[in-house]
Structure formats: structure tokens, C-alpha cells
Design a protein around this ligand. Structure first.
Ligand SMILES: Nc1ncnc2c1ncn2[C@@H]1O[C@H](COP(=O)(O)OP(=O)(O)OP(=O)(O)O)[C@@H](O)[C@H]1O
Length: 357
């Protein structure tokens, strides 16, 4: 067997959510013929969805080249740490921070952030979520842990709340919304920095940060105070939301945070009775924005009553219906976010960036 022939086959293969092939990504770690099997060991620098299924397309050719009768793919994940977009101090143990924002309120940013965090976890990552939405912290309720209080240790570090396999902290656990609504930008930003730095997150591959909606001073200060790796913008297809999504993308461009793309939420409605699909808020808006702004459209999610109902019960759709079509949509978006993040920046040594205290 000639390993070069096998590497040549692998080097031609670009998996669906990837920007590059298996070999140049550095994912191929070992190839060995253990007759009758060809064993290929991959270590992925980001989580992916359904890669195993996709890779079987290569099996026939790999068997022909190697003389093996079957291919065994051994896949594990070691999420790469990407360089941060700004000089803000890194967070102990946290490899990458993904900011979720929306130009306009009420477009489903928090709902999407929670399901995205849970989808990343399902794909094998260690995930945390920080609810930085000072003016409407909804994540405690969405995760079914409203009223919980982070534990406090002697060194004044908070222990995050555990929910559905991820860890969470929220301004909502710590101050009343009434107190927070009168905060101005610097104060909101200070509270965010504090909660970010003074939580014992543990080892995380991705920390998802749910920013308050809008593109004003508060959001700018906040995005500068957080050692963000990249951002995602959530919008609905309505013109007014799209205009604000463009403002959101411009804001991140101004502060040099890479935008991984746009998620269009409430894109269409499927009638529960007859299955008819209706574009209530107009069609193609998210795609137009993504093309104009030259960022990917990461996915479209339907307006589906179950998404809201599940959230209200504290069991997000990713948990309530883990094998349903909606979960599949979130998993696909999560895979695009994870690979987009990896390909958007420069990998750095994890040990330098994620000092654990
Ligand atoms: N795809 C969807 N289908 C149906 N309902 C949805 C969907 N996405 C969000 N919702 C519902 O819309 C409402 C607003 O969602 P959410 O709180 O996530 O928005 P937001 O953009 O974070 O709001 P805010 O600007 O207040 O932070 C919630 O009641 C939520 O359950």
C-alpha cells in the first residue's frame, strides 16, 4: 500500500461544511492497513455534523487503492483555539468566544443562541453560554433554570449553572432587570466583563455570548470588552430587521470582529394542518444581506410554534425534539459556525490563550 496514493485521494476531498480539504486542514493523523481494514485516524480542529456518513463516499476508492476490504474512520475532535479579534483579556479555560447579536430586538436572537449552543454540544464540543442581554436576560428561563444562583467560592469566582449539558451564567442570575435597565453603556460593559472573567467556566471549546440587541454604543463597548473570536448576526426576513442586520455587520467590521454569517430566523411558516409553506415576512432577505455584505447565510429557521413553546417550558427544541427536523437545522448551522470560525482566523497555541486558574 502506498500512503501517498491515499493522501492524494483525501487531499481532493472537501467535506460539505469545510472551506478546505481533509489533508491541508491537518486533520489526517494516521493511516494504517490492518488487513482487511484500512484505518484512517482523523483529529478535527472543529466539530462537524454527519462527517462520518459523508466520508463513506471515499471508501470504495480507498479500498481500491489500498487493497483493503473496508475502511475504518476513527474520528476525534480537538477544537483549535483561534486568535482573538481584539486585545481584551482572554477568559480562563475558554478557547473561542462567539458573539450572537441582532440589529433589532425580538428576532429570536436568544432562542437561536441557546439552540446553537446546545447543537455545538451535541456535536461533541464543550460549551458555555453567557447571557449578556442586560436589558432582557432570558436565558435562565430558556434553559429551565430561572431562579438559580451561581455558587460563590472563597476566591470570589462564580460557579456557572449547569443545564442540558452546557454551563451558563447570566446577568439575570445576579441583578434584577429593573436595576439593569437604567445602566448606561460603560456600566453594562463593566458588568459583562466582570461576569465573563469571574465565572469558573472550566475548559470550554466554545463560549456563546448572547449580546443585547442593537448596534449602539452599548453593543460597541460590549463587543470591545469581550475577547471575541467571531460574531454571528441573527435576523428575520423583514426589511426593517434586515436593515438593522446590515448595521450589525458594519459594527463588527468597524471593531474588526470577523462575522461568520447571518442566520435568518422565522424565515417561513409551515402550516401545521396542510403543510403549506408561507413566507410571511418576505422571501430571500437573509440571502440578499449575506450577498451584499459578503458573509455566508448560515441557515434559515422556520417560524414554528414549537420553538417558542419548548423555550417557554425550559426545554429548548434541541432537547425537546433532539432528532426532529428543527434540531437538524440547528445542527447544520452549528457545523457551519464551527467550521466558519476555524477557517476565519489564525489558530494559536491553546495553552497560551486559555490559562486555567
Ligand atoms: N423560529 C421561531 N419560531 C417561533 N417562535 C420563535 C422563533 N424564534 C423565536 N421565537 C419566539 O420569539 C420570541 C422572541 O425570541 P427571543 O427572546 O429569542 O428574541 P430576541 O431577539 O433574543 O429578543 P430580545 O431582543 O428581547 O433579546 C420568543 O417568544 C421566542 O420563543
Amino acid at each position: 500500500m502506498n500512503n501517498n496514493d491515499i493522501m492524494a485521494l483525501l487531499a481532493k476531498f472537501i467535506p460539505p461544511h469545510w472551506g478546505r480539504d481533509l489533508v491541508s486542514t491537518g486533520a489526517v493523523r494516521d493511516i494504517s492497513l490492518q488487513s482487511p481494514r484500512l484505518v484512517i485516524k482523523l483529529v478535527l480542529p472543529f466539530v462537524d455534523y454527519q462527517l462520518e456518513t459523508v466520508l463513506t463516499q471515499l471508501d470504495e476508492n480507498l479500498c481500491r487503492v489500498s487493497g483493503a476490504e473496508q475502511v475504518e474512520w476513527q474520528i476525534s475532535v480537538d477544537v483549535a483555539t483561534l486568535a482573538r479579534a481584539n486585545d481584551a483579556q482572554g477568559v480562563s479555560g475558554v478557547r473561542n468566544i462567539i458573539a450572537i447579536s441582532s440589529g433589532k430586538g425580538g428576532v429570536g436572537k436568544s432562542t437561536t443562541a441557546v439552540n446553537l449552543a446546545l447543537a455545538l454540544q451535541r456535536l461533541g464540543a464543550r460549551v458555555g453560554i453567557l447571557d449578556a442581554d442586560v436589558y432582557g436576560p432570558s436565558i435562565p428561563m430558556m434553559l429551565g433554570v430561572a431562579g438559580a444562583k451561581p455558587s460563590m467560592s472563597d476566591d470570589k469566582m462564580m460557579g456557572p449553572i449547569q443545564a442540558h449539558g452546557i454551563v451558563a451564567n447570566s446577568i439575570g442570575f445576579l441583578v434584577s432587570t429593573k436595576d439593569a435597565t437604567i445602566w448606561r453603556g460603560p456600566m453594562a460593559s463593566k458588568a459583562l466583563t466582570q461576569i465573563l472573567q469571574e465565572t469558573r467556566w472550566g475548559e470550554l471549546d466554545y463560549l456563546v455570548v448572547d449580546l443585547p440587541p442593537g448596534t449602539g454604543d452599548i453593543q460597541i463597548t460590549m463587543s470591545q470588552g469581550v475577547p471575541t473570536t467571531a460574531a454571528v448576526v441573527v435576523t428575520t426576513p423583514q426589511n426593517v430587521a434586515l436593515a438593522d442586520a446590515v448595521k450589525g455587520i458594519s459594527m463588527f467590521n468597524k471593531v474588526h470582529v470577523p462575522v461568520l454569517g447571518v442566520i435568518e430566523n422565522m424565515s417561513y411558516h409551515i402550516c401545521g394542518q396542510c403543510g403549506h409553506q408561507a413566507e410571511l415576512f418576505g422571501a430571500g432577505g437573509g440571502l440578499r444581506v449575506s450577498q451584499q455584505q459578503q458573509v455566508p447565510l448560515l441557515g434559515q429557521l422556520p417560524l414554528d410554534a414549537r420553538i417558542g413553546v419548548d423555550m417557554d417550558k425550559g426545554r429548548p427544541t434541541m432537547i425537546a425534539e433532539p432528532d426532529g427536523a428543527l434540531a437538524e437545522a440547528y445542527l447544520t448551522i452549528a457545523a457551519r459556525v464551527a467550521s466558519g470560525l476555524y477557517f476565519s482566523g489564525k489558530s494559536v497555541p491553546t495553552s497560551l490563550y486559555t490559562r486555567v486558574i
